[in-house]
Design a protein around this ligand. Structure first.
Ligand SMILES: *Cc1c(COP(=O)(O)O)cnc(C)c1O
Length: 472
């Protein structure tokens, strides 16, 4: 047993660090070691229990109701508010769309109105559930949804309007009251994607931050998603989808008695549901409590302010928009250096920052998800960022061979064969095997020249190459 675990530890040592604040995307670290211990112990206690049947495992039923009640209390819910614990933000968003679609079964082409900064989970929902997307451009300076344009996009077949609190890419809260009012005026549901922000924004507001209204206190908001595995600092695998009342939630439930086995009865996309993540979240939320989250929000807020001010002071960088929460996106204020190289240089110095490709009005930028664990090392982060920008400046811009760029620009992903994709991936340096090379800038620069459908296909083929077991 020890040998197996030693092997696992060795494997894990090759990952990005999930603690210590050096990985500024994907992971959320409270910086409190007992939080991990309690989560692990609670996970172990309940991982064999199955949420498939809450009457067989009433502990899971109780913990789910407790978590939903806590989330509803935090987000201005009332006695009518109900919810569902899901496996993550994407599942919460999928279920919000599914519930909205199935509440209007007569529609031939149900529509989803979303700001272009809405999370890709909604594109996935539209894809999976056959819902027509109506993507509305955001303000090109603030990156906030444009309420007039959102209102104008609503029509008779709109089943759901989506905005974010805040958006992942820029960390800004959309004007929820105006958008919700427009939706309500047309009798349409309005989902607030609070996956990344809804657990921390209420605490930031209590600390005096100027947080725009976004929760159930806003008339017209019918559902909110909030991920506990983000700023509730829970172990991965837990999100909550709240609905303003049970009638709104009802249409994402599923039952089937049409087979010889047990009547399948599912509130979520999963059927067997591990009790592990739920119990871990329940334990962490109770352990930290309201005061614990307030303290974590306080240090996170300080870290965000220091990092933001530091970035604004680095020659050549510019923060995008006016971030409302704990996320910061910054871009190059002038040509002459390459942001992908800055990310590579940060990697060399032990930090992971997340490149975001240009899209619509949003230029190529680097994203930071700041958590409580970043508090205390802001100066070190900023010194390394300054050095990384200098290194990128002296390296100069990464250029893609114009012939290669022209070749890539002319490719049609629809007509390429798997073999041609293989050649392209090899040419791009994306061959799978040991994963990614240390220097991503040349690959990212090439990917940036590819139109989005081609980039999607290339990366999917790459994913397939990654998920191919080698010889055993
Ligand atoms: C993270 C996130 C999601 C998706 O959540 P997952 O847990 O990664 O599935 C959806 N919306 C927003 C705003 C997010 O930040």
């Amino acid at each position: 047993m020890n040998e197996v675990l030693a092997q696992l530890r060795e494997l894990r040592a090759g990952d990005l660090p999930t603690h210590g604040g050096r990985t500024l995307a994907y992971v959320y670290d409270s910086g409190l070691s007992e939080v991990d211990e309690i989560a692990a112990a609670a996970h172990a206690l309940a991982s064999s229990a199955n949420g498939l049947d809450p009457t067989a495992f009433p502990s899971l039923l109780r913990m789910e109701n407790d978590l939903v009640a806590t989330a509803a209390g935090l987000l201005g819910g009332d006695a009518e508010t109900v919810g569902t614990v899901t496996s993550g933000g994407t599942e919460s968003c999928l279920l919000a769309v599914l519930a909205a679609r199935d509440a209007r079964p007569g529609l031939a082409a149900p529509g989803l109105v979303l700001a272009e900064t809405a999370h890709a989970a909604f594109h996935k929902a539209a894809h999976l559930f056959g819902v027509r997307k109506v993507v509305v451009p955001v303000d090109p300076v603030t990156f906030r949804a444009d309420p007039a344009a959102m209102a104008a996009a609503i029509d008779e077949s709109t089943v759901l309007v989506v905005a974010s609190a805040p958006s992942y890419a820029h960390g800004v809260v959309d004007p929820i009251p105006e958008i919700a009012a427009a939706a309500a005026a047309r009798g349409v549901r309005m989902h607030v994607d609070g996956c990344i922000g809804a657990w921390v924004l209420p605490y930031l507001a209590r600390l005096g931050a100027d947080v725009p209204p976004f929760d159930f206190r806003v008339p017209g908001v019918t559902s909110i998603s909030v991920d506990l595995h983000k700023y509730a600092y829970c172990a991965k695998g837990v999100s909550v989808l709240l609905h303003a009342n049970a009638g709104l939630r009802r249409t994402h439930y599923f039952a089937s008695a049409d087979w010889p086995g047990y009547t399948m009865l599912n509130p979520t996309l999963q059927s067997t549901r591990s009790g592990g993540p739920l119990a871990a979240a329940w334990a962490v939320v109770r352990h930290l409590g309201d005061e614990g989250y307030l303290r974590l929000a306080e240090v996170t807020r300080e870290a965000v302010a220091r990092i933001r001010a530091g970035i604004e002071g680095i020659n050549g960088l510019r923060v995008l928009g006016d971030p409302d929460s704990t996320l910061i996106a910054f871009t190059a204020a002038a040509p002459g250096f390459d942001l992908f190289t800055v990310a590579d240089e940060m990697k060399v110095r032990g930090w992971y920052v997340q490149p975001q490709f240009a899209h619509g009005s949003s230029p190529l930028n680097l994203h930071l998800t700041v958590t409580a664990a970043n508090h205390g090392s802001e100066a070190e982060f900023l010194a390394d960022l300054t050095a990384s920008v200098l290194a990128a400046k002296s390296a100069g811009p990464v250029t893609v061979d114009p012939d290669v760029a022209a070749f890539v620009a002319a490719l049609d992903p629809e007509t390429l064969t798997t073999e041609q994709f293989g050649d392209l991936l090899a040419a791009a340096g994306l061959t799978g095997g040991d994963g990614l090379p240390d220097r991503m800038a040349p690959i990212n620069a090439l990917l940036a020249t590819a139109a989005e459908p081609l980039r999607e296909r290339l990366l999917l083929e790459f994913l397939g190459a990654l998920y191919t077991p080698g010889p055993h």
